[in-house]
Ligand binder design. Structure first.
Ligand SMILES: [Zn+2]
Length: 233
């Protein structure tokens, strides 16, 4: 004689039974067991829903936080999550899909796996362009004299009295070069150009009438001469 046991519910492959809290108020909420996909990391007990149809399955969040030196910590953010809405009428929403949203949850994009792969390719291209833009800024800022590792190294060598290659002197933008050697520019009568002092406290005395371009090339020439002398010494 076979004993009859209550049938245990069979769970679809890729799912497991998980507890969920459902109820209109805390007092009337109940714990039910729902089929939850294995990729779902939502705690359906800690995140109660009003009605069983409100249960959404969600995976872990992948996020890009765009920092700023302006206002607000991360004003632009992009959060991507695997989601599925088990009672959705549209099959794309019912299927596991990717939802991308902004920080405030004000704008949503829903993507099929194919759409997400195309977006991933675009993001890779975006990253390459971003690196290119960073290089553009770094080069532009070198001209205006912001600090960068190459200049810091040249400055360090100059200050230590070590040799500076003439190629460094050729390559460095003039204002960075003057900064590296600690050169103060002064004007004098006439149109000559002279260099005095030691690195860190140098004076480049130039004729008032000398055009900027000539001032720059003279300063570069005199510093190259000085560095060559220091190398020989
Ligand atoms: Zn779930």
């Amino acid at each position: 004689m076979n004993s009859t046991v209550a049938a245990t519910p069979t769970v679809k492959p890729g799912y497991r039974l998980m507890p969920a809290t459902v109820g209109r108020t805390n007092a009337t909420s109940v714990t039910v067991y729902i089929e939850c996909p294995t990729w779902c990391t939502e705690d359906h007990v800690d995140e109660p829903v009003r009605d069983i149809e409100d249960v959404m399955h969600r995976g872990d969040i992948a996020a890009v936080y765009v920092p700023t030196f302006g206002y607000g910590a991360y004003p632009i953010q992009m959060h991507a999550t695997v989601e599925s809405d088990p009672v959705a009428t549209e099959p794309e929403f019912k299927a596991a899909h990717i939802t991308v949203q902004d920080a405030g949850g004000n704008s949503y994009s829903h993507l099929t796996p194919e759409m997400a792969e195309r977006l991933a390719d675009e993001v890779v291209g975006f990253a390459a362009q971003l690196r290119h833009q960073a290089r553009t800024c770094r080069l532009a800022n070198q001209v205006t004299g912001d600090s960068d590792p190459d200049m810091d190294e040249a400055l360090r060598r100059v200050r230590l009295g070590a040799s500076v290659q003439s190629s460094d002197i050729e390559a460095m933008p003039i204002d960075r070069l003057l900064k590296a050697f600690g050169v103060t520019v002064t004007e004098a009568d006439g149109n000559g150009a002279e260099l005095f002092g030691e690195p860190g406290a140098m004076e480049f005395r130039v004729g008032r009438a000398t055009r900027q371009q000539l001032r720059d090339s003279e300063a570069r020439r005199l510093l190259a001469e000085y560095a060559a002398g220091a190398r020989r010494a």
